[in-house]
Design a protein around this ligand. Structure first.
Ligand code: HEC
Length: 187
């Protein structure tokens, strides 16, 4: 009787393996894959929707990617960074970025008035997408949408955006050092 059960058990294991399903031990480890944005052909990205409800992470002012030094006499642009709510929930719970996590940086003109500066027109948005299947080399990539543009092509996997983020960002290629809530969660 015992022998029959053992053989039956083996047959089931083999059938599962033959269909390419995960063995039972690995099945217990649930991998999270968030679907937060829509893609077109060749990993092109459609402009993320519902940004007004995303979680605000932080704003920087006057940062330039390519000039040597920001000009202290001019305020430069405002960059505000947001994360999709579901991705933020996962981060809060686990302290990691789930596959499918999306960040958006909204770049706006700075309008100056005596006594302060405020945000002017949107110049464009930049997007950081974590997706190991689409971007097998680094596991993430970037997109740029000038204002009014609704679809952006994926950049080659090695690009200037990846190079700076990989080198300087504090956590998993994200600049968490400039996002106070995230920085705190990671302490
Ligand atoms: C020279 C360094 C540098 C380069 C190059 C760079 N970034 Fe960033 N990026 C930053 C910094 C610093 C931040 C932190 C937020 C801020 O200051 O605006 C940031 C934040 C971001 C964020 C918010 C999420 C995150 O990962 O922290 C996005 C999205 C982003 N960058 C997109 C891009 C895109 C798209 C490109 C290429 C066109 C790019 N970046 C190139 C330095 C860089």
């Amino acid at each position: 009787m015992k022998a029959i059960f053992a053989v039956a058990g083996l047959a089931i294991t083999m059938a599962v393996t033959a269909y390419g399903m995960a063995p039972t031990t690995a099945a217990a480890v649930k991998t999270v894959k968030l679907q937060l944005v829509k893609f077109g052909e060749d990993n092109a990205l459609l402009r993320p929707e519902g940004l007004e409800n995303w979680v605000f992470l932080g704003t920087t002012m006057g940062m330039t990617y390519f000039a040597d030094e920001p000009d202290p006499t001019r305020p430069g642009l405002f960059s505000s960074v947001f994360i999709a709510p579901e991705a933020y929930e996962h981060f809060e719970r686990m302290g990691t970025f789930a596959d499918g996590t999306v960040f958006v940086k909204v770049v706006r003109e700075t309008v100056g008035e005596e006594g302060g500066f405020f945000m002017g027109d949107e110049l464009g948005i930049e997007v950081h997408v974590k997706d190991r299947q689409r971007f097998p080399k680094h596991g993430y990539n970037f997109y740029f949408f000038p204002a009014g543009v609704n679809e952006a092509s994926a950049m080659p996997e090695d690009n200037a955006c990846v190079a700076c983020h990989a080198e300087n960002a504090a956590y998993d290629n994200v600049f968490t050092q400039f996002y106070p809530k995230m920085h705190q969660r990671l302490q």
